[in-house]
Write a protein that binds this ligand. Structure first.
Ligand code: GLN
Length: 487
């Protein structure tokens, strides 16, 4: 049951072989059985989930149903859910129950999906290892001594261990793709503006984008389809039609040109991972795709530019957590300043504080031009490099991350080395392009992810290319050992 595709699960529901209530119980049982060691779920939504599942069963009986009707899933705890705690992985919001539901979640619920609970994450989505969560670190089901990646590490670990067929994620600099790679699942971050950010707690607004995490590209396509679309409540949401993400998924890759940026195959990349990516590229070639080396001359500036832009935006966004309006409030403040200082001091963890301080610094008078303005100029150059590259190629391929999952604790006290685990993903956010990660093998028994980057709004093409790769290979079907028993 746990390894069935979404289409298979939906067919079972529609043939009445299983009800959504039973399917929801099945995955809730798996969470109860396996999540003690993984820590991938922060809040479980049993009662409301079973109610929603009952409703879904009625829709299925009435024939008014679709592929997602009755399918259980998890949401990264950054998406606001009415009546269900939304913590953003932070002590600051440990007591926060949102008064409304994020558009992306609402759309999935309208499509009939059943929210089982909220997935663990790095605090305020800042991190690459899911070690900054107030609720404790998440473990990687492939090897419990390693990290699942971050910041959507709970979502990735849960899907990898088959605790839910789908999970939402958000990606500001790689937080869907990098944990997808580390956990051996498929994740897609669409073009900026494709998925509404309304009700998705803001980290860096010009970079944040919600997306889908699943076992396969086909499942991710079904999920993304339901999440996407214009939302008048998000001024950066695009009204460009989403189209049908499944209609071209079976198309051949014959004649397609895949670009390999030479900057992504340099010494930063682990040699064994390079070999896996080259094997995947060979698979595309054998299916008739062309391969071309390209250059993204400014891409090596993406991490420094990101670590100016993202903290700048985060320092502004997180100023709303002041102990007055919502979130953590310190005990018996002496005066207003004491209230701000202690509430924020107690509510935020170290990484969040570091980012807020960096952001306040780069935006301060005298440093704005030297840092923030410069970073925005570099961002423009990076975007232009991608646009130039897409004149020559249809899709860009690389490794998603320079290494496989690293050991827990290894980079925790070394922020720069942590930041560098996103060197291949961050440029995509700076440019606002769609990107995904698909499993393409193992190194030291740990999953390797291949990143695929598409031109603006070409999610359908990306998913098609990824799906075709998954028709040729079965890396995406591998289940970490210990999680194969039916619960
Ligand atoms: N790891 C990056 C950071 O810490 C990206 C996080 C993200 O995409 N949310 O900022």
């Amino acid at each position: 049951m746990y390894n069935k595709s979404l289409k298979e699960l939906s067919a079972s529901l529609h043939r009445k072989e299983i009800s959504s209530v039973e399917l929801s119980h099945y995955f809730l049982d798996r969470i109860a059985r396996f999540d003690g060691e993984l820590n991938s779920v922060i809040t479980i939504n049993t009662d409301a989930a079973l109610k929603a599942a009952e409703q879904a069963d009625k829709l299925i009986a009435s024939g008014d149903s679709g592929l997602l009707t009755g399918i259980p899933l998890l949401h990264k705890d950054i998406f606001c859910t009415e009546g269900l705690r939304t913590s953003c992985g932070s002590n600051m919001l440990d007591n926060f129950i949102a008064p409304y539901t994020a558009t992306a979640v609402r759309k999935l619920e309208q499509a009939g999906a059943v929210t089982l609970g909220k997935a663990n994450m790095d605090e305020f989505a800042m991190g690459s290892s899911n070690e900054t969560s107030f609720y404790g670190a998440v473990k990687n089901p492939w090897d419990l001594s390693t990290v699942p990646g971050g910041s959507s590490g709970g979502s990735a670990a849960a899907v990898a261990a088959r605790l839910a067929p789908l999970a939402s994620g958000t990606d500001t600099g790689g937080s869907i793709r990098q944990p997808a790679a580390f956990c051996g699942i498929t994740g897609i971050k669409p073009t900026y503006g494709r998925v509404s950010r309304y009700g998705m707690i803001a980290f860096a607004s010009s970079l944040d984008q919600g997306g889908a995490m699943a076992k396969s590209a086909e499942d991710a396509a079904i999920m993304l389809q339901a999440m996407s679309g214009f939302d008048e409540k998000d001024s950066t949401s695009t009204d460009k039609p989403v189209g049908d993400l499944l209609s071209d998924i079976d198309g051949s890759v014959k004649g397609l040109t895949i670009g390999l940026p030479k900057e992504f195959f340099g010494e930063d990349l682990d040699e064994e991972i390079r070999i896996k990516i080259e094997e995947a590229v060979e698979a595309f070639k054998s299916a008739g795709a062309n391969v071309k080396e390209i250059s993204l001359p400014n891409i090596n500036l993406s991490v420094p530019a990101y670590y100016v832009v993202a903290p700048a935006e985060c320092s502004a966004n997180l100023s709303r957590f002041d102990g007055v309006r919502f979130g953590h409030r310190c005990d018996s403040p002496k005066d207003l300043e004491d209230l701000y200082k202690r509430s924020r001091g107690e509510g935020f963890g170290d990484e969040v504080k570091r980012r807020i301080m960096m952001g306040a610094y780069v935006l301060s008078a005298g440093y704005y031009d030297a840092y923030y303005k410069k970073a925005q100029q570099i961002r423009r150059l990076i975007k232009q490099d991608f646009v130039e590259a897409f004149k020559e190629v249809d899709v860009i391929a690389s490794a998603t991350a320079p290494s496989v999952a690293f050991a827990a604790g290894e980079k925790k006290d070394d922020p720069v080395s942590m930041y560098l685990s996103d060197i291949f993903t961050i440029g995509v956010n700076l440019a606002g392009l769609p990107g995904m990660s698909v499993p393409c093998g193992f190194v030291d028994d740990k999953p390797v992810g291949m990143q695929l980057i598409g031109h603006y709004f070409e999610e359908a093409r990306l998913l098609n290319v990824a799906h075709q790769y998954q028709q040729l290979t079965d890396w995406h079907l591998a289940v970490p050992s210990g999680y194969e028993q039916e619960a």
